[in-house]
Design a binder for this molecule. Structure first.
Ligand code: SF4
Ligand code: SF4
Length: 433
């Protein structure tokens, strides 16, 4: 009986389609061959900094890919070596373990700034994940759940939150028009978890007299998590749906405060006709200040000073690779807030900025590692003497906020009181009106 059960299990395993990665080669093959294994990228990778695992660095991942497609190094071939499971140090690496390594990355693109042979990493990692999924290698289970929740008509968001909750924070207080020139695309993180930021953005937009509206419960997740996790097959539907909703409202501009949505919308152009201009909220607010259509009157609370600005990867560096990084608009807004005379800068800022830890869908795979990255960023802010960390991304705000809470717990017995604040540029702008 036992033997029969074992045989059945073996049959089940054998029925799983085995991806032929040697035949189905990944995209950007030339990049894999171009890598010199020089290791410059290791020095900037936040994953390597926290784990110390060579196999999780960009060059380690490239090495792994060479192995997966049967292009082991000359010496490996001669010595008959195979990449081993790094946890046990034994046996040949499983495809699931390979997936884990490839997804242990915040997609921050910092490696691209330093790569000796200019590998286009900001696009590369996403495409490698897509290739893995297309070849039957499943992404982290949480991202599969998110994919399903987004596709579900009852949610349309990755958090399994009920659809009517999407606009419940503001629908009674803001009577927004059916059609408008600007669509404020809120995004799931802001709609469901950072609703104070949502209310603050609505306050600033309304005070500026902008002709805007939202998609309300017709808004669907932008699909960023689909692209980050390699699950692209539903992305076209998402793009067409959201673009259709925007067209119905006659908008010529789409404004979002979420850098993840901002990038997803840029990708929509490959799948749908987008007859609108795409902007980040900070660009709109900076323009209003410049045109003297928005003026801040209230002083920023002195006890929250000084502030340090954290560049969200997707808004700054990653968008810069795609043509236009947004670095100065958030700083320009902050400089126009009464009471803020000085903005502290992290030693690594703008193109060299370090990820907050919350990017790339890594939270779905290894939350503790993301928090380690965040805590290091917070330590840098403490060292600078900052009392508030400011960003322009709801995901950075949530991630750094979680890190601050953890830091508070760590310091509970300390005589020193830890009072770091975490705010979005729009939170500060709303408080200064
Ligand atoms: S994108 Fe960022 S986290 Fe990922 S390998 Fe490059 S530097 Fe490391
Ligand atoms: S810097 Fe570029 S070429 Fe050098 S090891 Fe890293 S990925 Fe390879």
């Amino acid at each position: 009986m036992e033997q029969k059960r074992k045989m059945n299990e073996t049959n089940l395993i054998q029925k799983e389609p085995k991806p032929n990665l040697v035949r189905n080669k990944p995209p950007h093959l030339d990049d894999i061959y171009a890598c010199l294994q020089c290791g410059y990228c290791n020095s900037v990778c936040p994953i390597y900094r926290e784990t110390g695992w060579e196999s999780l660095t960009p060059r380690g991942k490239v090495f792994l890919l060479k192995h997966l497609i049967g292009k082991d190094s000359f010496f490996d071939k001669i010595l008959g070596k195979k990449i081993t499971d790094y946890l046990t140090g034994r046996g040949q690496i499983s495809l699931n373990e390979a997936m884990t390594k490839i997804y242990t990355c915040t997609l921050c693109s910092r490696c691209e700034t330093i790569c000796h042979v200019d590998i286009d990493f900001h696009e590369y990692w996403e495409e490698i994940r897509k290739w893995m999924v297309e070849n039957g290698i499943k992404p982290p289970p949480n991202t599969i759940d998110m994919y399903n929740y987004i596709a579900n008509e009852e949610y349309k968001n990755p958090f399994m939150e009920p659809l009517p909750k999407r606009d419940e924070w503001y629908r009674d207080d803001y009577q927004l028009p059916e059609t408008a020139d600007i669509i404020y695309f809120i995004g799931c993180m802001t709609s469901y978890h950072e609703y104070q930021l949502l209310l603050n953005t609505l306050k600033v937009f309304s005070s500026s007299g902008l002709d805007f509206t939202t998609l309300g419960t017709d808004e669907m997740c932008c699909g960023a998590i689909n692209t980050l996790s390699g699950q692209w097959d539903n992305f076209k539907n998402i793009a067409e749906y959201n673009v259709g909703q925007i067209e119905k409202r006659g908008a010529t501009q789409v404004v979002t405060g979420c850098p993840g949505c901002y990038r997803a919308f840029k990708k929509y152009r490959k799948f749908a006709k987008c007859n609108f201009k795409l902007l980040h909220t900070t660009e709109v607010i900076a323009e209003l200040i410049e045109g003297e259509k928005l003026k801040f009157t209230k002083e920023f609370k002195e006890k929250n000073l000084p502030i340090v600005y954290h560049d969200p990867c997707e808004l700054g560096r990653v968008s810069d690779y795609e043509g236009k990084g947004i670095f100065e608009a958030p700083r320009y807004i902050l400089k126009n807030i009464p009471g803020i005379d000085n903005i502290l800068e992290f030693p690594n800022n703008r193109m060299d900025g370090i990820c907050c830890g919350g990017g790339g869908g890594l939270k779905a795979l290894n939350y503790d590692l993301t928090i380690d990255i965040t805590l290091r960023r917070i330590d840098e802010a403490i060292e600078l003497g900052a009392n508030t960390i400011v960003s322009a991304c709801p995901n950075c705000k949530a991630q750094i906020g979680n890190g601050v809470e953890m830091k508070k717990e760590q310091m509970i017995d300390s005589e020193e009181k830890f009072k770091m604040k975490v705010m979005d540029v729009l939170d500060i702008a709303a408080k200064s009106l």
